[in-house]
Design a binder for this molecule. Structure first.
Ligand code: SDX
Length: 392
């Protein structure tokens, strides 16, 4: 501090807003959306139901949910020119980079989604992005697999249709696997919001300048991409694969994670807020067991993950720093069992987090929050005269 400005790197001890959406207790491992316990929502609710509660504050009645889904389906067509932007990307492009680009590009095809001051204008922009985003998610996956783009079927539920758009093979009747559908529903619910995390804070600060919803979401997708945040679920699988290739030598990676001269971190471990356990990781770990058993999938990676977790939970370095598995540690194992490619894992995180980003953006705009503009403590040069290039 300089007596006027106090620096709080990473905003570890700074609150950015008052919010009524999500409650976290890092000590007790509590997570609630609009007062509802995540454990109940993951077991008893559907993803679109939870999205409605996050965005509008209450669990919907049957009629409200049906109207919400109907409105979303009516806005789910993506302009065909967006397909041309997708096709312009190299096949090697990371899906998160494609997704943030296409999400921002949607503004060009939906200009009315920018100046949204009334709740009705906000509602129209919200149902548009909830309709189009799953299409963009599926299209990024189809581009990687070289499969034709499609729209699924309007007769399906929200999550079922995402599955059909992602997985349907040409000339086959895609059958929804209820095990995968339930697991995906649960994973999307568990990722739906998490108060003022890095990507949500990015959406709020971008939106605080009154940039449009789609542009603000695009900024949030970019922040989520980082391996310290949502990108961790991809990094976890790559780490577990590396350990497997190394003959399961978890000790080598534990040593690397503890070596201050080594930038390597144990991916999927640690959290800014949870200091005893991440309640989502508890649910996902259990689901990983069930889904793999139900699907009849034997994945040696799961054994390596369990072994690594046990070692870390008994290692003083991790215990004294309160490092436990977080939401990203086991989720990739389920995505892989579903047949989702590893570079799509963070895209699935974004699909889950979309309603949370929307809810937080809407709250920020309705509360008329001021534009985000922090200060700094200057530590650069004092005043000095300009030198012409001959004298430098
Ligand atoms: C998500 O904020 C959210 O809510 C995010 C999220 C959400 O739903 O939006 O929950 C989703 O992003 C989960 C986190 C996914 N990221 C990872 O799994 C990447 C690995 N984890 C770390 O990079 C780290 O734990 C963070 C980023 C999650 C938290 O970082 P912090 O709170 O800034 O903690 P820190 O970097 O200051 O670390 C404190 C100490 C340091 O050691 P010392 O300098 O005190 O000796 O713990 C060490 C760190 O080196 N440490 C780790 C570690 N995480 C922290 N050491 C090894 N492996 C790790 N994973």
């Amino acid at each position: 501090t300089n007596g006027v400005i106090t620096i709080d790197a990473g905003f570890k001890n700074t609150g950015s807003c008052e919010s009524a959406i999500t409650f976290l207790d890092g000590e007790k491992g509590i997570l609630r959306y609009r007062g509802f316990a995540i454990e109940e929502l993951a077991e008893k609710a559907g993803f679109l139901e939870v999205a409605y509660a996050l965005i509008f504050g209450e669990l919907p009645t049957k009629e409200q949910l049906e109207k919400f889904h109907t409105d979303i389906k009516s806005k789910s067509v993506v302009d065909d020119d967006v397909r041309k932007i997708l096709e312009a990307f190299p096949k090697s492009a990371h899906p998160m980079g494609i997704l943030s680009s296409l999400t921002s590009a949607l503004t060009a095809f939906n200009p009315s989604s920018v100046n949204v001051d009334s709740e009705e204008e906000m509602y129209n922009a919200i149902v548009k992005i909830l309709g189009k985003f799953p299409v963009l998610v599926a299209w990024t996956m189809r581009k990687k697999s070289g499969l034709p783009l499609n729209y699924g079927s309007r007769s399906l539920g929200y999550v079922e249709n995402v599955m059909k758009m992602m997985f349907e093979e040409p000339n086959e009747e895609y059958i929804i696997n209820p095990i995968i559908k339930d697991a995906l529903d649960k994973l999307l619910i568990l990722h739906a919001d998490h108060e003022q995390n890095c990507s949500t804070s990015t959406v709020r600060i971008a939106g605080s300048s009154h940039a449009g919803l789609f542009a603000s979401l695009s900024a949030g997708i970019s922040a989520l991409w980082g391996p310290l945040h949502g990108g961790a679920n991809q990094a976890v699988l790559e780490m577990l694969e590396a350990i497997k290739a190394d003959g399961g030598d978890t000790k080598k990676y534990m040593a690397k994670a503890k070596d201050k001269n080594d930038p390597f971190r144990l991916m999927g471990f640690g959290h800014r807020v949870y200091k005893n356990f991440d309640p989502r990781a508890t649910i996902i770990k259990k689901a990983a067991d069930e889904v793999l058993k139900d699907l009849g999938v034997e994945d040696p990676i799961l054994e390596i993950a369990r072994g690594l977790e046990q070692e870390a939970l008994n290692d003083p370095y991790f215990v004294e720093r309160k490092l436990y598995p977080n939401v990203d540690f086991y989720s990739g194992i389920i995505y892989r069992a579903m047949g989702i490619p590893v570079e799509m894992f963070t895209v699935m995180f974004a699909l889950g987090r979309l309603p949370g980003w929307i809810a937080q953006w809407k709250e920020m705009r309705l509360n008329k929050e001021p534009i985000g503009r922090p200060r700094q403590i200057y530590i650069g040069e004092n005043l000095r005269p300009f030198k012409s290039i001959e004298n430098r």
